[in-house]
Design a protein around this ligand. Sequence first.
Ligand code: AMP
Ligand code: GLY
Length: 423
Amino acid sequence: MTILLLGSGGRECALAWKISQSAACGQLFIAPGNGGTGAYGTNIDLKPTDFPAIESFCRANNVELIIVGNEDPLVAGIRDYFEKAMPEMLLVGPGADGAALEGSKDFAKQFMQRHGIPTAAYRSFTAESADEGCKFLETLKAPYVLKADGLAAGKGVLIINDLKEAQDSLREMLDGMFGNASATVVIEEFLKGIECSVFVLTDGTGNYRILPVAKDYKRIGEGDTGLNTGGMGAVSPVPFADEIFMHKVEERIVKSTVNGLKQDGIDYRGFIFLGLINVDNEPMVIEYNVRMGDPETEAVMPRIASDLLPLLIATAKGDLGNLELQEDSRTAVTVMAVSGGYPGSYQKGKVITGTEKCGESLLFHAGTSIDSDGNLITSGGRVIAATSYGSDITEAATKSFKAIESLNFDGKYFRRDIAKDLI
Ligand code: AMP
Ligand code: GLY
């Protein structure tokens, strides 16, 4: 089968690595891909949101399956576009209706409330109801959680300790702090607990498979300090997400979500990312995403023992049937090397060496490219992830730290405490 994978991050590199191992994988194109994805397929210089250009490419190259890595094309309606333009095309990812689970926090909260899915209590406000929003904040206890309704590149959530500051921030958000994304603001109850990420593949008919569970590390600094990033590392499996916890997740959250989508008439074929928080052993939903996580995918893909491609094809066809998704029993730990300065401003174009010294660790490229002299160079904040297997977290993490230490580029930084909180 000829496949087009859309995206350019570490997530897409890990997906390309996994998909390219399948006997069913013919030609694999990655658009636009990065300096590492070329090892598993052919990089194509196309923008994932330029649907007409993607259509022309698919027609010219007989692409049969599109796998959408990131949320932007999904929220912008890539499934809806192809259902009209090329109805025979198989596509992994929801239509704009399902993608609203990530594209609108207010929609996601209403969905959870309608289907009895455990989540923080909330109310939504717009500029017209800003005064009411300020009064509502007075009824809550600190810290205050304010969320821009729309996509804000992962920056749209503010957690504030002081009431007056929270009220000021609410007005600023409604005033356009995140552009149109914060024209509506969700205010919700603060939940205390440890987070984890659960990924589900569902085919629109009520069938689903749960992928290996993971935890990511969002802050730039060790001990979970400093600014939020796209993610500095990941671990899978997650010790606290044991059989009892995962049973609750499946019964209360996965089934209600998949059935809720069906009841609402949303033909959802793709990944659902449940951002969960463990509140005294009870799972609650912090957020939905409509794609895989990054860097979680870099730890999750190596833990899928089954061939993933038949599952993706079946998802797109709406027929997951009895296909199995087997897990690898080993632990995987992913450590991300980032550019100095990230998530603030950082330099690009630094030559990367040492990739051949990473032993048996898997390297998943994120912000890398190949320059005109054939050098591997940095081209983003998150540069390369190393994932290693181990019989436990300590063994896997030690190997990944060693791999990242073997890599060289000017300004390289990584967190040396990834997964250590779980040992
Ligand atoms: P979100 O974009 O909704 O995932 O929020 C970003 C981050 O803010 C989450 O990963 C949590 O760490 C934190 N967060 C969001 N909502 C809550 C909440 N209700 N209680 C506590 N922390 C939260
Ligand atoms: N690692 C969190 C995310 O992909 O949104």
